[in-house]
Design a protein around this ligand. Structure first.
Ligand code: LHQ
Length: 262
């Protein structure tokens, strides 16, 4: 396993629990954090014993977005393009192309590129203490880290415009109503709920989940014909897998299936 300085990383069974660990900075992002998250995704892709990632934050915040101390006052030669390409965009791409589920457990403030990080996961559970804030326009920036991609798709373009233009601060309940968080739980239990879901995924057909994620990713820009073709292609892959054979056998034998992930 790699060593990480900005993350706590612990494997429990088939779940890799990853905690953003800069609590004094509300887990604000810098290039090191995003590089380490890319390394976590690469490691997870290669290690068959990891079948799900659970991502959360240490302390009061989930992630306050860009660490402003690192970019404030940078001169005209600072390239936002280069910074985003080499840091946060790489992180989003690594998370979306990782063909294993990523659960994001939002424990507190989730702002700016931190919102983009949360949206790059597959399922979001929120604590009652979570608050979501675009933050970008608050400092005169446009959305980045995929936020302008996900929000119109998840909540509709009219609600996305309101949320982004007004820089609204919304609770977990509001995030569920708007369609970008899945569930909210009391702060005391929400991480246990997220862990329980992660353990479920850790014994699920991992290949099937991964290829479902691939289908969902491509559905966002595909035609119906393209999607039907992709479904048929990928069904032909999982349809020859050990987990499919086990699933059907367990159904007829009236027992719980034991999925190995392949
Ligand atoms: C922070 C931060 C932070 C450093 C709280 N940085 N210290 C941008 C630029 C360049 C290229 C790439 O892309 C981006 C994308 C972006 O992410 S833009 C958006 C950047 N983020 C923000 O503007 C959010 C700023 N923070 C906030 O609005 C609030 O702090 C939130 C809503 C996160 C939390 O509010 P509160 O619970 O009221 O806590 P607080 O404001 O008191 O903050 C706690 C501490 O965390 C505080 O430090 P201090 O030493 O005073 O206790 C903050 O300065 C620090 N902190 N966010 N992004």
């Amino acid at each position: 396993m790699n060593t990480y300085e900005t993350l706590l990383v612990e494997q429990n069974g088939g779940v890799l629990e990853v905690t953003l660990n800069r609590p004094d900075k509300f887990n604000a992002l810098n290039t090191q954090v995003s590089d380490e998250l890319v390394a976590v995704c690469n490691h997870t892709a290669e290690d068959a014993s990891i079948r799900c990632i659970l991502l959360t934050g240490a302390g009061r915040g989930f992630c306050a977005g860009q660490d402003l101390a690192e970019v404030a006052g940078r001169g005209d030669d600072f390239s936002f393009i280069e910074h985003l390409d080499t840091a946060y965009n790489k992180m989003v791409r690594a998370m979306r192309t990782l063909e294993k589920p990523i659960i994001v457990a939002v424990n507190g403030a989730c702002a700016g590129a931190g919102l983009g990080l949360a949206l790059a996961g597959d399922i979001r559970y929120a604590s009652e203490k979570a608050k979501f804030l675009p933050a970008f326009i608050g400092i005169g920036l446009v959305p980045d880290t995929g936020v302008s991609y996900w929000l119109p798709r998840l909540m509709g373009i009219n609600r996305a415009a309101e949320f982004l233009f007004l820089n609204e601060r919304v609770s977990g309940d509001q995030a569920v109503a708007l369609g970008f968080a899945n569930k909210v739980f009391p702060h005391e239990t929400f991480l246990e709920e997220a862990r329980a879901l992660a353990q479920k995924f850790a014994v699920a057909p991992t290949l099937g989940l991964g290829l479902t994620k691939r289908l969902l990713n491509q559905s966002l820009t595909a035609t119906l014909d393209e999607q039907l073709d992709a479904e048929a292609q990928l069904q032909n892959v999982v349809g020859h897998s050990a987990d499919y054979r086990e699933g059907v056998a367990a159904f007829y034998e009236k027992r719980q299936p034991v999925f190995k992930g392949n």
